[in-house]
Design a protein around this ligand. Structure first.
Ligand code: HEM
Length: 200
């Protein structure tokens, strides 16, 4: 089968796998994952995630949403309210940086919005679930809401949501060129994520 005939979610998975391994090994991620991170530094990380979540949720907001992305308007995935709750538990210092600004300033074209939904939401549904357990252990918190870990709590089982997101991505009526752009945009977002990690 030609690559261009493959479902978008498969292409995204296969063609960003190398970058996933790369961000997973990043020293910041290792600190996060092992629970060696300070609460202030974690708060800075959450503030950056909030900025990316708000930008994505704005792009998918009802009037602004490009019609072909209607299938990605899924509030079960929206993380900004949970992030705001969590930030109250881990007050950050400052988070502004040119790297984060570049991350947020990406063009609001359908391919980049879809790529952002893929990288951010799949990340929360995958590694995020493991990070929640590691932080709960390290900081002796109970997982879940009211303890600053609400960003990892979803209203539905994560396996079901992963499936739903893959289906929604595969149903977007993108042209071949737009599928190509989405894969490239996802790779760029991973790289921006890595640059931002380096400053945290
Ligand atoms: C400690 C760090 C991380 C760990 C341990 C981790 C682990 C995982 C795991 C286990 C999955 C597979 C979930 C499944 O399908 O069953 C996954 C998927 C994914 N993660 Fe991560 N992750 C980490 C960091 C990140 C970061 C920082 C990002 C984004 C910048 C990210 C983006 C993704 C994406 C997009 C997928 C979906 C892959 C697919 O298409 O199947 N992850 N991750």
């Amino acid at each position: 089968m030609m690559r261009s005939m493959e479902p978008l979610s498969l292409r995204l998975r296969d063609e960003t796998r190398d970058l996933h391994e790369w961000v997973e090994d990043h020293p910041f991620n290792q600190d996060l994952f092992s629970g060696r991170i300070s609460m202030t530094r974690y708060g800075q990380y959450l503030l950056g995630l909030l900025a990316t979540a708000e930008s994505l949720e704005r792009a998918l907001g009802s009037e602004l949403c490009p019609p072909e992305l209607a299938g990605l308007q899924m509030p079960d995935f929206f993380r900004s309210s949970a992030l705001k709750e969590d930030i109250l538990h881990f007050p950050p210092s400052d988070v502004s940086s040119p790297e984060l600004a570049r991350y947020l300033e990406g063009p609001a074209v359908p391919s980049r919005i879809a790529a952002m939904a893929y990288v951010r939401w799949m990340g929360d549904l995958g590694g995020g679930q493991i990070i929640a357990r590691r932080l709960a252990d390290a900081w002796h918190l109970q997982s879940g809401r009211d303890h600053g870990l609400s960003v990892y709590v979803f209203p539905k089982p994560v396996g079901e949501l992963r499936h739903r997101l893959r289906n929604a991505l595969d149903a977007i009526p993108f042209s071949e060129a737009e599928v190509e752009d989405t894969v490239l945009a996802a790779r760029e977002i991973f790289e921006l994520h890595e640059s931002w990690f380096s400053l945290l």
